[in-house]
Every structure is written in structure tokens, then in C-alpha cells.
Design a protein around this ligand. Structure first.
Ligand SMILES: [Zn+2]
Length: 194
């Protein structure tokens, strides 16, 4: 093992204190978000166990980490579409837990305002709309393919408030979760209606 890859106490202190004196000496990547930063980055401090140290940006990129939008550790601006791909990926793996625009902005290293605008320009929907699409899509799947109660399905897709879930589901699909399940469970009946 090479010493320059180690997360020493000195490097950890540089990270949590945003110490610019260490910029250029190493960069750190965060395993949970797949983003890498300069030591001085003002983004929220990562969990220590998620940190991986690299000697430079090239090594981090070779290991499939992406440069932070905020501290720009490669010295260039990350293209917006890459950033949006990163945000989308984050939503896809976290939509079943509580997810606000503020939380997304924190995790994906940008301001809420900038994140919202950039995401909408590239994806055509706002981040919140996209989260809802993912949640309703997953709820439909669970209604069709499982016997889980509506309350449990709501929880499962990150909406602990069941009546809000039902309202949202109806708004997006035109029917309540219970009706959706009924119609899907008996396809022959719905054919007769047509
Ligand atoms: Zn950063």
C-alpha cells in the first residue's frame, strides 16, 4: 500500500477544516456519492468511512468518480449534462427515502436554485417531479405484483403520509391505488369496460 493513498489523521483534518493549504497535495472522493473534491471544498463533510484518497484528479476519474461541481477539482467546469446524470442517478437510488430539493443540492454539490434550473432544462421536469415519477412508477409495480397494503407501499416509495400518497397517485394516474390494483388484477373485466 502506498502511503499517499492513506486517509491519515492529517488529511482528515484538512478535509473537515476545508484547508486550502492541502489543495494540490491530494484529493478526496466520497464513495456514497461518487464525487471527488479538493480538500478546501466547502461542501458538507463526508462520513469518514466513505472517504477515499487519491493523489490527483486523474486517478479519481480513472476510478469512476466525478468532479465536484462546487470546488471543480479538475480545474474545469463539469458539463451540465454530466451533473444532471449524477443527480438522476442519486434520485434513482434514493427516491424511497425522504428527499427534498435542499437535500439533493447538498448531496450533489450545488445550490438548490441552480440544481433545479439545470435539471429541468436537461430532463424536462423538475427534480421533485422526477422523484414523484419514480415513486409512482415503483408504487404501480408493487400494486400489480405484490399483495402489500397501500400504506406499506406508500412507505416503501418514500411517502410516509398515506393520504398524501393516495392524492398524489390519483393526480398522476387518474385512479386511486386501490382501483389501479383492482383493474390490473382483473384484466378481463377492464376489457369489458372498453
Ligand atoms: Zn467539492
Amino acid at each position: 500500500m502506498n502511503d499517499k493513498d492513506q486517509l491519515t489523521e492529517e488529511k482528515w483534518q484538512a478535509i473537515i477544516n476545508n484547508d486550502a493549504a492541502y489543495d494540490g497535495k491530494f484529493i478526496y472522493a466520497v464513495k456514497s456519492t461518487h464525487i471527488f473534491c479538493k480538500p478546501s471544498c466547502k461542501s458538507r463533510a463526508p462520513k469518514k468511512e466513505h472517504v477515499r484518497i487519491f493523489y490527483n484528479a486523474g486517478e479519481a476519474q480513472a476510478a469512476n468518480y466525478r468532479p465536484c461541481k462546487r470546488c471543480k477539482p479538475t480545474g474545469e467546469r463539469q458539463p451540465d449534462y454530466e451533473w444532471v446524470a449524477q443527480i438522476t442517478q442519486y434520485i434513482d437510488s434514493h427516491y424511497s427515502s425522504a428527499l427534498s430539493l435542499e437535500k439533493l443540492a447538498l448531496e450533489c454539490h450545488g445550490s438548490p436554485y441552480h440544481l433545479q434550473r439545470t435539471f429541468k432544462r436537461i430532463q424536462g421536469v423538475t427534480p421533485v417531479e422526477y422523484v414523484q415519477q419514480r415513486r409512482i412508477g415503483k408504487a404501480k409495480e408493487l400494486l400489480r405484483e405484490t399483495e402489500e397494503a397501500v400504506t406499506d407501499i406508500a412507505l416503501h416509495v418514500g411517502i410516509p403520509n398515506t393520504s398524501y400518497f393516495i392524492t398524489l397517485f390519483k393526480k398522476k394516474t387518474g385512479q386511486t391505488p386501490a382501483h389501479y390494483r383492482q383493474n390490473r388484477a382483473r384484466p378481463f373485466e377492464s376489457q369489458e369496460e372498453a
